[in-house]
Design a protein around this ligand. Structure first.
Ligand code: CAA
Length: 275
């Protein structure tokens, strides 16, 4: 099987890493050679460490072919899109993928908060569009939500489900509703956690300790928001609020202010914590 990954940011690079680990021929597309190479350089040490720990026997990074040209995705069985979380660029990309890929190629989106159905509306063959929502960090989180949009065909859905299994993930099936399964629950929950910071006048450290030691979360909510990216969370939260109009979906002002100030979490060096 040959898989294309479009966009090699945090999520795309993690997905490409899983494809290489599974021994699949992988084509990774970025807008510049430099961005592609940067992603491959991020992947290499994780794979080397896995070999060192005996978790995998070997890996062949040659399986990841980098390109800036969408035409190089033509022979892929599945293309997974992981570009910016904006509807119009995703729709433009899917229309272009439909022109460049063969009719059998399944077109999957890793969107977390947009509608797969709306993305699929940009192509004339929406039956081959499906959601494959991975979690951050993709190489460590076993879940993938396989999202059935309004017009997703059985063949595309089954191919996406089987690919997730090939990648060693645990796929679950759901329909295309705002936030799908996990984010529908997790986003308002994290927003509540941040509201509690102010209401209970508790420190980030104590809130994190509370959720880890009191409920067994692997990371506290503030640590998790720093991992996901405050900007990414605020953006997803706004997208869900726009669709559901439930007050808990709206990002708390504290998070919006952090996002505007550039306190984006781990990737920017500062969020609730400093890195
Ligand atoms: N690829 C491969 N290996 C990686 C890696 C990567 N990208 N990142 C880290 N590792 C390795 C580390 O090198 C480490 O190995 P060594 O220490 O032996 O070198 C190993 O994995 C474990 O790393 P950690 O010590 O950091 O692992 P941990 O036991 O502390 O667990 C965690 C980390 C899995 C992230 C865990 O804390 C956890 O489950 N946190 C919750 C994360 C979560 O909820 N994610 C979902 C976010 S929501 C989302 O993603 C939805 C959305 O749409 C935005």
């Amino acid at each position: 099987m040959k898989v294309g990954v479009v966009g090699l940011g945090t999520m795309g690079a993690g997905i490409a890493q899983l494809c290489v680990e599974a021994g699949l021929d992988t084509v990774g597309r970025e807008v510049t050679d430099e961005l592609g190479e940067r992603a491959r350089d991020r992947i290499a040490p994780f794979l080397a460490r896995k070999v060192e720990k005996g978790q995998i026997a070997a890996f062949d990074l040659e399986r990841l072919r980098l390109t800036t040209d969408l035409a190089d995705l033509a022979g892929c069985d599945v293309v997974i899109e992981a570009i910016v979380e904006e509807l119009v660029p995703k729709q433009e990309l899917f229309a272009e993928l439909e022109r460049t890929c063969g009719p059998e190629t399944v077109l999957a989106t890793n969107t977390s908060a947009l509608s797969v159905t709306e993305i699929a509306a940009a192509v004339s063959s929406p039956e081959r569009v499906v959601g494959m929502h991975f979690f951050n960090p993709a190489p460590l989180m076993p879940l993938v939500e396989i999202v059935r949009a309004e017009l997703t065909g059985h063949a595309a859905f089954d191919t996406a489900f089987a690919l997730a299994e090939t990648l060693g993930r645990h796929p679950i099936r759901c329909h295309d509703t705002p936030g799908f399964v996990v984010n529908r629950v997790l986003i308002p929950l994290l927003n509540d956690c941040v509201r509690v910071l102010d209401e209970a006048r508790v420190s980030s450290e104590d809130l994190d300790a509370g959720m880890k030691l009191g409920t067994g979360w692997p990371m506290g909510p503030c640590e998790l928001l720093d991992l996901v990216g405050i900007d990414v969370h605020v953006h997803a939260s706004e997208a869900l609020y726009e669709k559901l109009r439930e007050p808990r979906m709206a990002p708390p002002p504290r998070l919006v202010a952090m996002a505007n100030a550039g306190l984006h979490g781990r990737k920017s060096g500062r969020g609730f914590y400093s890195y």
